[in-house]
Design a binder for this molecule. Sequence first.
Ligand code: BES
Ligand code: ZN
Length: 483
Amino acid sequence: MKLPNWSTKTASIILLALFLATACETATPSPTSVSTVASSSTAIATPPSSNTPVSQETGALPAATRAQPTSTSVPASTTAPTAAPTATAQATATPAPARFSGTEALKQVQALAGRIGSRPSGSPAAASAAAYIRDQFAAMGYDARLEPYKATSFVERSSKLVLTKPQQIELTAAALVNSGAGSVSGQVAYSGLGRPADFPAGGLQGKVALVDRGGGLTFQAKMENAVAGGASAVIIANDRQGELRGSLPRAATVPVVSVLQVDGQRLQEFIRQGPTAVTITVDATLTAREGANVVATAGSAPNRKMVIIGAHYDSVAAGPGANDNASGVASVLQLAAATRGRTYPFDLVFVAFGDEEVGLVGSKQYVSAMSSQQRSQLVAMLNFDMVGVGDAMQFGGEQLLAGQARQIARDLGYKTEEMSARDGRSSDHASFVDAGLPAVFIYRSDDPNYHTALDTPDRIVPANLEAAGTIALRVLDTLARRN
Ligand code: BES
Ligand code: ZN
């Protein structure tokens, strides 16, 4: 701006007035227009899959869906940052603090979980959600795109386990995700924990292996050892109460089913008494499909450090996934709105991950496609998952980052809780941590409606969304001072 020949004092007053006007505009991030759901079909529409949360055991990288790192995805380094502060703000050198609006974020929860609804992996609704999120970023002026990747859907229609000898009894059984399909009959051999030494030297010769969960072996390892030992099917008995919902990272060639701990013990008892036989029938299909992450940047430059702000947009099939995880995506969108036009000593990369609920597939795909240069440039990844319901904030992931975030939360007066062990590996930050990258998990854990039809937008507390966003903005400021 060219100033007339006024006194510097007058000029300063004018600049201050201009700055205040600008500050008032930026203090309340322009409301993101919550438009109607994009119905344009995107690449990822395929038949719905079964989407129960699954356990892979022993830290084995889950993947109901095998993400093939095919896309050249990931933060493209193209243009220089477009998000420069206004001349007026620069003149006074103190831009207004970025502000996060919980009520604006709630509108995004309503759009995703209310209007689009349940967004299970591979469903048309998940594709609509991805397109909607991309359009929201684009409307804020970001360079936003879908980054597709190859995935698979395992659809289990029915699984059956019938004891045929010494008596006829039907047991409750569930196929592990990526189990082989078909019907197999044979004598059952108890094979302990399923270690190589647990199988007889001469092989099982087509028998069905009964193995127990646990012992530090993944389901995948137990299955592979059993197949190498000649098994024609595998039964994995739970080692604790409740159902075992397991998943195999790589597809099996034989049926692999789980049974309750009590049924495993019953089978063992029959085997001790004499020949015991079963028929296992798994009716399931594994189909190839596309998934996609949504990535938005304000333009990034090569050699710049970066901070990734992410959340998964898929839900389980059981419900609309308002807290899990429209709340996280809403936080990411609102952070994009709040930081638009601000500069940091790093690029901000906003990512909505696909297929989290079937094994962190989108985030694993994203990490596997990062170049070593991009990895070295990553200052932090902030993962938001279930931030809308519950009494206290929790922080997981990399200890140093989690500790910093927790301290910031406390300093801001928010109630915090130590991370529960269960949640440490259960979301997309784990894909980064596993690759040795710094990631923090920002969440609340006591949601009574987790993975149910009652995970609805009306239960989301806007103040909770605001807490997550406000803490994130402070984390960014802290990272900015240190980088
Ligand atoms: N949002 C959950 C994880 C979670 C649960 C966070 C409770 C905070 C509190 C996530 O979407 C999920 O369900 N994860 C699965 C594991 C995943 C690898 C399939 C889980 O925890 O069972
Ligand atoms: Zn989640």
